[in-house]
Design a protein around this ligand. Structure first.
Ligand code: AMP
Length: 397
């Protein structure tokens, strides 16, 4: 089967066309600045060069039309006809408590995604626009929704409730949902495969450390805790997000900086994290690593604070599962950051983690980086959310 995987943002659209038999990416790309001046599509066929086409895209329907045109282009296309696309898999950010797995999209599913928009006001409406656009351009082609929150729906009540008046959960569904679920599911399953063990017998901690970052505790193949909450702001320190803090800080900073609640939240989402801690130097760990190599105190401060927070979450999840068999690092920083992995693992000797420094130099490849006698296996496992969405789509259609 050929599956088109779509990840729609409010003004962007990422896509991959995947052959599900070989699991090869046939082509991939990105539409940027949809509905804004200067929109463009960047398209890369497998084995070919990037092709950038600047062209107005007033909405997502036009963007998807351009994706289809690129895929079927006589010179650079990878399929002859639109009819070769057998199914479409959509990343949908928030499934609330309604979705604990992927589903074939129909009008009830679309209504339910709309109902969850309250919880993800920037993302779910954009995801729905992408679904509508695909329905319009590819009528009759089955479409599947794969939710970022679904994998975490197995969390027990004691892990997902906040210490708030219970009526807020009953009235407004204020609880922890978690995100990056497709990645946590893919990486935990792959970790078990690499170790040659059944995931049902393992306690795994996945550290998805990208620009956004979250950890999850996966026991016997099911998520039992995760670090992001009602929104992706909770948990570890991220590229530009603060992660956990004393909620009273919101009022404290609002009063002193003359900001509204929205204004403070904007700071917590976009100007905090390692970016804020480094005094606005960078949210990118490549820059921070370069800064540390030169002895830059701001970069050292940012990365040290970040690594301690990640290590503390790993300790917490080892406690939540009463043990841990494996820790898997994934996403941009987790896959490519020997320094961060090394610093995090320095805190974890007490639970039996021992890292092989030479193995830990790996960047971007699957590898066991713990020593042979480490009680806890530590791995680098590249995530592949698009492939996971493709597999889910094939399984349902
Ligand atoms: P993601 O959100 O998973 O795409 O991760 C993006 C982040 O990964 C970037 O902002 C960088 O901080 C980090 N990253 C990517 N490549 C490298 C690298 N080679 N070395 C260190 N960090 C990297």
């Amino acid at each position: 089967m050929k599956v088109l995987v779509i990840n729609c943002g409010s003004s962007s659209l990422k896509f991959q066309l995947i052959d599900s038999d070989s699991e090869q990416v046939l082509a991939k790309g990105l539409c940027e600045r949809i509905g804004i001046d200067g929109s463009q599509i960047v398209y890369t066929p497998a084995g070919g060069d990037k092709i950038t086409t600047v062209s107005p895209m007033e909405d997502h329907t036009v963007a998807i039309k351009m994706v289809i045109d690129a895929l079927t282009d006589q010179e650079h296309g990878v399929i002859k006809d639109l009819k070769e696309i057998d199914a479409v898999g959509h990343r949908v950010v928030h499934g609330g408590e309604k979705f604990s797995g992927s589903v074939v999209i129909d009008s009830d599913v679309k209504d339910a995604i709309k109902d969850c928009s309250d919880l993800a006001p920037l993302h779910n409406p954009a995801n729905l626009i992408g679904i509508d656009a695909c329905e319009k351009l590819m009528p009759g082609v089955p479409q599947v929704a794969v939710f970022d929150t679904a994998f975490h729906q197995t969390m027990p009540e004691k892990a997902y409730l906040y210490g708030l008046p219970y009526e807020y959960y009953e009235k407004y569904k204020v609880r922890r949902y978690g995100f990056h679920g497709t990645s946590h599911s893919f990486v935990s399953a792959r970790t078990a495969e690499i170790l040659g063990r059944d995931k049902k017998d393992l306690k795994i901690i996945v550290a998805h450390l990208g620009n956004g970052a979250s950890l999850s505790a996966v026991k016997n193949g099911e998520c039992v805790d995760t670090s992001m909450g009602l929104t992706p702001l909770e948990g570890v320190i991220m590229g530009t997000r603060s992660g956990d803090l004393d909620p009273a800080i919101v009022q404290f900073i609002a009063a002193r900086e003359n900001l509204s609640i929205d204004g403070v939240l904007d700071v917590l989402n976009k100007k905090s994290g390692v970016f804020g801690l480094s005094g606005g130097f960078s949210s990118d760990f490549r820059d921070l690593e370069a800064g540390i190599a030169k002895g830059d105190a701001a970069c050292i401060r940012a990365v040290e604070t970040y690594c301690l927070r990640v290590a503390k979450y790993i300790g917490a999840y080892a406690a939540a599962m009463n043990g841990v068999d494996a820790i898997a690092f994934t996403a941009g920083v987790g896959e490519n950051g020997p320094m961060v992995r090394g610093k995090v693992c320095e805190y974890l000797g007490y639970i039996g983690v021992s890292i092989d420094d030479a193995a830990n130099q790996v960047r971007g490849d699957e590898k066991i980086i713990s020593t042979a006698d480490s009680a806890v296996k530590v791995l680098v496992v590249p995530t592949n959310e698009e492939l996971a969405i493709c597999r889910e789509t094939v399984a349902l259609v």
